[in-house]
Design a protein around this ligand. Sequence first.
Ligand code: PLP
Length: 426
Amino acid sequence: MAAYKDLSKEELLKEKKVLTKKFDQIKAQNLHLDMSRGKPSAAQLDLAMGMMDVLNSTSNLKCKAGVDCRNYGVLDGIPEAQELLADMTEVPANQIIIYGNSSLNIMFDTVARSMTHGVMGSTPWCKLDKVKFLCPVPGYDRHFAITEYFGIEMVNIPMTPDGPDMDMVEEYVNNDESVKGIWCVPKYSNPQGITYSDETVRRFARLKPAAEDFRIYWDNAYGIHHLYEDKQDHLIEILMECKKEGNPDMVYKFCSTSKVSFPGSGVAAIAASPANLEDIRKQMRIQTIGHDKLNQLRHVRFFKDIHGMVSHMKKHAEIMRPKFEAVLNVLDKELGDLEIGSWIRPRGGYFISFDALPGCAKAIVAKAKEAGLVMTEAGATYPYGKDPQDSNIRIAPSYPTPEELAIASEIFVLSVKLVSIDKILE
Ligand code: PLP
């Protein structure tokens, strides 16, 4: 079919009639489908059920350091968990602290600490007139929620196929002292699935921040979440790169096993320079006597080492890949020639990002909802929930079953087509 913009009004109205009939038929089925949040499916969670069996009442519960994991202590995390998560994030084991069950929680704590106590001795942000964070867009709504919660001004930085627009990043970071941070999801980004290019990472490492307490919030949430064995993105390791450029303290790197083992019951960590880690420990010592070491031990006994984790992630990929391909194939087939939207084929991560015609995203999400399909709210991928173009929609294919996905994708493309026709006819 020709691009919608090239069709006459009569042709568009005719197409609309056919599509509306299809849409109404699906609507009559009273479906309840959800493509809104990036949650693993039950089948993926089943992959880690062996973790329930590795510890029991007869297990040896001492960690390598000889400490009884049932008791208090070991603030940095048990050494074998440090090793496992250090390998996962490609940093030395002495440069990582294991926290509790959520990396988002660590990010929240990190911003909160900077607000109240400052970063490595600098003025607490709450005492400053203005604090800004750069926010590559589209991005992760929960990052933006943290900075909004603390009243930090957020500045949109457009994403490019290589990562954030680095000309803009350099301009802000190197000249504006109120810019204290940037949210980054550098590999298989949420929501576009983009991995930052080598040049982008190098330009990050070479920043010359106007603010001494500027930090890159490097959220490597999808570092090992590939969809393909033979087509994988590669990301330069940022801590080492910053060290090489004489900026060893400029980055905090976050990770977790949320989408490796169990979301909400995984293990999360922060990696940073020794000076940053010491700053972090000052708070941690007051905050807790130690995190959940039994869960750390359970993870190590189950995965054994990074090789165990990598082969586990291949099983996740087996489940995720057909789902991504199902959605992408419907997009290609149904929307490929119509010029009413664009999308990226990611090689990993949890999302597909769809850009509709400007001014259509909210209406598309509302239309899909009419037929029982819940999508991530339009605007969620932008700070303050405001997509200036009203164009971006995040598709999360992981949770529904393949059968549900087939119908969900059909509802989505019908909604895109119907809303786009109305927009063109306006
Ligand atoms: N960071 C990103 C980019 C995410 O997409 C998510 C979850 O969707 C998280 C962090 C949450 O991580 P955690 O479960 O470790 O808090």
